[in-house]
Design a protein around this ligand. Structure first.
Ligand code: PMP
Length: 393
């Protein structure tokens, strides 16, 4: 009898279970918001990337319905064949004008934007310098490109400079890639230093603004605006699916860069264009972010309130240092993270356990939204005190 060629899958699943790394989906019902129905039970939602609470906003929903009625559900083809609509260009121009870049291009997801851009920009004769904690889409884009990859320790600019001074001359092009806000830690990349290093060593710099778009900067334009670096040359990638409440990704930069990507990014050329509904919702979201700065202000007031309560009521809590709406409570093991996640859930709070291999150390990831009320934040802190006081970690 020949051996079952699929039997390794069951063995692999058993290993994942044993390490406490097994993941499964949880069902949300109804519209997303600061509270959601999780498996039929109302919980306070600290698990969402919908930082401004726009995914359930009536205006985005209406824009998506209108676009669907006018243009149908699917785009029916890739942008270069039959899927292109004027609405796509409107969205791209809105992104470029918000970020003050010459142009922008939208992809079907942020993940695809990273894969496509990196694979188009560098190849076999080139070098990529990548922050150790970068998102999976940046890491996989680097692998897909075929370039040599050197990781530098998280945000360690001295090591990055040493690597470049030793290696830069051996390669044709060089690309530095980094998250702007690190998605599982909540800290920020040192953008001004990265821009200077990129300039000194003649490297391209690509930052992933997935968690900073509509979150950081005076107008929400992101990390580049936050660091007053608008106008400096770099490649800005982001997503339409977090604070903008829709789906899709973008690259913003020079007109030449965008024109080049339209001709060379495989994950843009060979995939179906963004749907009319997602495109229209993202466009409506950008308008709201620009017209209602109070949303962004409320988000940061909520972040500050949570940090203040934790400082007062849980001074010994091991929180990772954060400069974003993402707060991470560090726990010794995956089993501890799962237990605290479950206890939070039992008290009506949804904040997921994040474990290896996604991150090096286990944690509870708390993400704050502009639409959280003070009572939601107060309940989170009081439940955390109860759980951690009863079963100290
Ligand atoms: N980059 C980062 C840093 C992310 O956190 C994510 C989503 N988790 C992505 C890219 C991918 O974005 P999208 O969900 O739009 O594919």
């Amino acid at each position: 009898m020949p051996q079952d060629p699929y039997s390794w899958i069951e063995a692999s699943l058993a290993t994942i279970h044993k390490a406490n790394w097994y993941r499964c989906v949880q069902t949300i019902d109804g519209r997303p918001g600061a509270t959601v129905l999780l498996s039929g039970e109302e919980v306070i939602n600290f698990a969402s990337n919908d930082y401004l609470g726009l995914a359930g906003d009536e205006r985005l929903i209406k824009a998506a319905i209108y676009a669907t009625e006018k243009m149908g559900t699917g785009s029916t083809g890739s942008r270069l064949i039959s899927g292109h609509r004027e609405l796509h260009r409107e969205l791209e121009q809105a992104i470029a004008s918000w970020k003050q870049t010459e142009d922008a291009i939208v992809f079907s997801s942020g993940y695809l934007a990273n894969l496509g851009a990196i694979a188009a920009l560098v190849g076999k004769r080139d070098l990529i310098l990548s922050d150790q904690y970068n998102h999976s889409s940046l890491k996989n884009g680097a692998v897909l490109s075929g370039a040599e990859i050197l990781e530098y320790p998280h945000c360690d600019m001295e090591t990055l400079k040493t690597q470049l001074s030793q290696q830069r001359q051996n390669y044709r092009r060089c690309l530095i890639i980094t998250d702007s806000v690190f998605s599982m830690d909540g800290d920020l990349c040192p953008l001004p230093e990265l821009l200077d290093i990129a300039e000194d060593f003649s490297c391209m710099l690509l930052i992933d603004e997935a968690h900073s778009t509509a979150v950081l900067g005076k107008t929400g334009a992101g990390c580049v605006e936050h660091f007053h670096s608008t106008g400096r040359i770099l490649i800005q990638i982001g997503t339409l699916s977090k604070a903008l409440g829709s789906l899709g990704g973008y690259v913003a930069g020079s007109a030449n860069l965008i024109d080049y990507l339209r001709n060379r990014a495989p994950s843009w050329i060979y995939t179906t264009a963004l749907s009319p509904a997602d495109t229209a919702a993202a466009l409506a979201a950008i308008k709201i972010v620009q017209q209602e700065p109070q949303r962004l202000m409320q988000l940061w007031r909520n972040v500050d309130y949570l940090k203040q309560l934790i400082k007062e009521q849980l001074p010994h809590l091991k929180l990772l240092p954060t400069e974003s709406p993402i707060l991470c409570l560090q726990l010794p093991t995956a089993a501890d993270a799962l237990r605290v996640g479950k206890q939070l859930r039992n008290h009506g709070i949804f904040a997921p356990a994040i474990r290896p291999p996604t991150v090096p150390t286990s944690r509870i990831r708390i993400s704050v939204m502009a639409t959280h009320e003070a009572a939601h934040i107060e309940k989170l802190v009081s439940v955390l005190s109860k759980i951690l006081y009863r079963t100290p970690i």
